[in-house]
Design a protein around this ligand. Structure first.
Ligand SMILES: Nc1ncnc2c1ncn2[C@@H]1O[C@H](COP(=O)(O)OP(=O)(O)OP(=O)(O)O)[C@@H](O)[C@H]1O
Ligand SMILES: [Mg+2]
Length: 316
């Protein structure tokens, strides 16, 4: 399997009692991780005994620490360098559970840089294998390039598992070829279906799982083979050509909720590639997300905690 990371970032986690905007404060702890959602998903795959080939479109300035740290984690990373700075995302975690995310923009790409990256990653695909692509795209990647990317991965024989936000997803779904799998969260799924871009929120209501099931069915009906809609602590629901299902959320003591969806995606795809049924793979994916959010590294999950949560989750 491959993981394609077009817009890498450094996640800078800041933990403090309470954020008071407009003041100078002293935080309790800083942590930094090489990230970008496909990298977080790759961590979820590693926790499920799969080692994806990770391809990162990586600005050169700041790339040394980024690559060294990922390789020390056991990741198989290929950098595709281009001029610019590695962006940063500041994630403020307050003791009360509130999370604020400030995402930096990527270094802009030209059409030549983007086309060269797509040509290189599609050449690396073995027909029939899964290809994860999660997260945002750097400035310069336009609507047509997104639909073309989906078609190029399919033409190379890749099974594309795509999870990108409502700014990009409608364009990625606008072409004649659809991804094999998408895994939006509930707000993203509803935004794709309604055409409205909602402000991202972590709030979930009592009807979240029903809405997730309805959204998954609605997106599957548009011609996407497999759709999972994740709904934070409420759990997740899927709709595929082989049937649908849902898994209610588990009780987790959350440290870093960022990357929950990516850990899920990485675990799900690792298990699909290993031959699990969709329902079995979804259970492993949820277990991976639970194990990821109770530790700090985005998408990272100790394998023993994945097994622990897997055994707690009733089959969907
Ligand atoms: N607070 C929580 N408690 C229990 N499980 C959670 C919680 N948050 C997330 N999860 C698990 O992780 C899965 C994915 O979470 P979520 O729907 O928040 O993804 P997301 O919004 O795509 O996250 P991100 O974009 O940060 O990766 C959920 O379906 C659930 O199984
Ligand atoms: Mg997500």
């Amino acid at each position: 399997m491959l993981a394609i990371c077009p817009n890498p970032t450094i996640d800078r986690l800041v933990s403090l009692d309470r954020l008071v905007p407009g003041t100078v404060d002293r935080v309790r702890e800083n942590r930094a991780y090489p990230a970008g959602k496909s990298v977080s998903a790759a961590r979820g795959s590693l926790a499920n005994a799969a080692v994806p080939a990770v391809h990162v479109l990586l600005p050169t300035t700041g790339s040394g620490w980024y690559l060294d740290t990922l390789r020390a984690e056991g990741m198989d990373v290929t950098a595709h360098p281009y001029p610019g700075n590695v962006r940063e995302s500041v994630i403020v975690l307050e003791d009360g559970g509130r999370v604020t995310v400030l995402n930096g923009p990527g270094a802009p790409v030209t059409a030549d840089i983007w086309d060269g990256f797509v040509a290189a990653v599609t050449a690396a695909i073995t027909p029939g294998e899964w290809v994860i692509c999660s997260g945002s795209f750097p400035p310069g990647v336009g609507p047509d390039a997104l639909a073309a990317f989906v078609a190029d991965v399919a033409a190379a024989g890749g099974r594309l598992a795509l999870d990108t936000g409502p700014v990009w997803m409608p364009f990625a779904l606008a072409g004649p070829v659809q991804p094999a799998l998408i895994t939006p969260n509930l707000a993203e799924a509803e935004a794709i279906l309604t055409g409205e871009t909602a402000l991202e929120s972590t709030a979930v209501g009592a009807d979240a799982l029903d809405r997730a099931a309805g959204s998954a069915a609605g997106l599957h009906a548009r011609g996407i083979d497999a759709v999972v809609v994740t709904a934070g602590s409420a759990g997740l629901a899927w709709a595929t050509a082989d049937g649908d299902g849902r898994l209610p959320g588990q009780d987790v003591v959350v440290r870093n909720p960022i990357g929950a969806g990516d850990a899920f995606l990485g675990g799900l795809v690792a298990r699909l590639e290993a031959g699990s049924t969709f329902a079995q793979a979804a259970r492993w994916g949820m277990a991976t997300s639970c194990a990821a959010i109770e530790q700090w590294s985005p998408g990272g999950a100790p394998s023993d905690r994945v097994v622990h949560f897997h055994d707690l989750i009733a089959p969907g």
